[in-house]
Design a protein around this ligand. Structure first.
Ligand code: V47
Length: 372
């Protein structure tokens, strides 16, 4: 205790972040300028300490993980996003689309291991019929009525609506009826139209992404939110993204977690970029925690961060370390060095050795088991 106050006294009067520390301590909402000051500061430990305080206040000492499996059903995509190494043109070498049997076999294998969530994201395939997706959800639901199906980014949902000439709401309600439980947070990238024009000009706009999420939340479908950082965006564009998420969360309360996604450059159209450093990763997670005062859960996706940075991030505002994952293709196509899977025991060990309480959760953050 004495040691702590000594550290604080040493800091006092020396950090330009001091007014922000006061605000965070008082639980005041941070402004755009505050967010920018945080991103532009190199005082990583001060930012981490603030984020840790905010995490402690809103999420306590429990760290969540989930027993889940990712399925990337197709890499065929017409969007050609520059940051993506996963996508392929229809008929190109390496292009694949899983059959219903293959999807069910992958799900069956992991259900036998006790997963509670299937996380399904794929390319925007220009010629797969919409019925493929509907059948996928209803077959998985039939296979296991209890597993939570978290499937299709807001961008994919908008794509289905365009293709079927129906409203986003109709598509969402039909998928929900078939067994869809919630939406993953992908496809958000950076909302700035400048950045989207440079890296994903064919994809849904930032406002479009937010509108699909608004519609989903209003239809009782919860979702996650992401931000892809470390490519051509500016600090101001990152903060703008966070504030737009915060505004929608104020309106709907439908986001379960925020996951900053660290850009991996290998094999992408932006391969000349270095990608974010470890310091940037930790800062981004911490700033996410500090700006998104209405999100309870900030998630470190260990696949992208690496296991060690993900573990350290538990001291930088993070209270969720994602899950077992099993198989992941998007980041691995772009050079991720992490393995494909972590066991429950490994996740529990990582959380425990960071001095926190591991809690297995379901998709909607209901507690399955506290490992204290
Ligand atoms: O939308 C694509 C991103 C997303 C690269 O909701 C890349 O819990 C890094 O959304 N380097 C898909 N990222 C993954 C995703 C996700 C992951 C984990 C958890 C959740 C969740 C969602 O991956 C895409 C895009 O933003 N991405 N290429 C790349 N080279």
């Amino acid at each position: 205790m004495q040691g702590n106050s000594k550290i604080r006294n040493v800091r006092k009067g020396t950090s330009p972040l001091e007014p922000l520390e006061e605000k965070v301590r008082a639980g005041e909402r941070l402004t755009f300028e505050d967010g920018l000051a945080l991103l532009e500061s190199s005082d990583l430990l001060a930012i981490g300490a603030m984020a840790d305080l905010a995490r402690q206040r809103s999420a306590g000492d429990r760290v969540y993980f989930i027993n889940n499996r990712h399925i990337n059903h197709t890499n065929v995509c017409g969007n050609s996003c520059k940051f993506c190494a996963f996508s392929a043109r229809e008929g190109a070498p390496g292009a694949y689309t899983m059959t219903m049997d293959e999807i069910l076999a992958a799900a069956r294998e992991s259900l036998a291991e006790g997963i509670t969530e299937l996380h399904i994201v794929g390319g925007e395939h220009p010629s797969l019929p919409y019925e493929y997706y509907l059948e996928m959800i209803s077959s998985l639901r039939e296979l296991d009525p209890d597993v939570h199906i978290q499937a299709f980014t807001a961008s994919e949902i908008a794509f289905f609506a365009r293709r079927t000439k129906r409203s986003v709401e109709e598509v969402l309600l039909e998928l929900k009826e078939a067994g869809l439980g919630s939406l993953p947070g992908g496809g958000a990238e950076i909302f700035s139209e400048r950045v989207r024009g440079l890296v994903c000009s064919r994809k849904i706009s930032g406002d479009g992404w937010l509108e699909v999420m608004r519609t989903a939340h209003k239809a009782g479908i919860r979702s996650n939110a992401t931000m892809l950082y470390g490519h051509v965006e500016t600090p101001a564009e990152r903060i703008d993204h966070l504030i737009r998420l915060r505004e929608l969360q104020d309106e709907t309360g439908g986001f379960g977690s925020f996951i900053p996604l660290a850009f991996h450059p290998a094999n992408t159209g932006l391969a000349e970029l270095p990608g974010p450093t470890g310091v940037e990763d930790l800062k981004m997670l911490a700033v996410g925690r500090l700006m998104l005062d209405n999100f309870t859960n900030i998630k470190a996706f260990w696949i992208m961060l690496g296991i060690k940075v993900a573990q350290i991030s538990l001291n930088f505002g993070v209270n969720d370390i994602d899950g077992t994952v099993v198989e992941e293709k998007i980041t691995h196509a772009a050079g991720a060095q992490t393995g494909q899977a972590l066991s429950r025991a490994e996740l529990i060990g990582l959380i425990r050795s960071a001095g926190r309480i591991p809690v297995e959760r379901d998709t909607l953050y209901n507690v399955i088991r506290v490992h204290d």
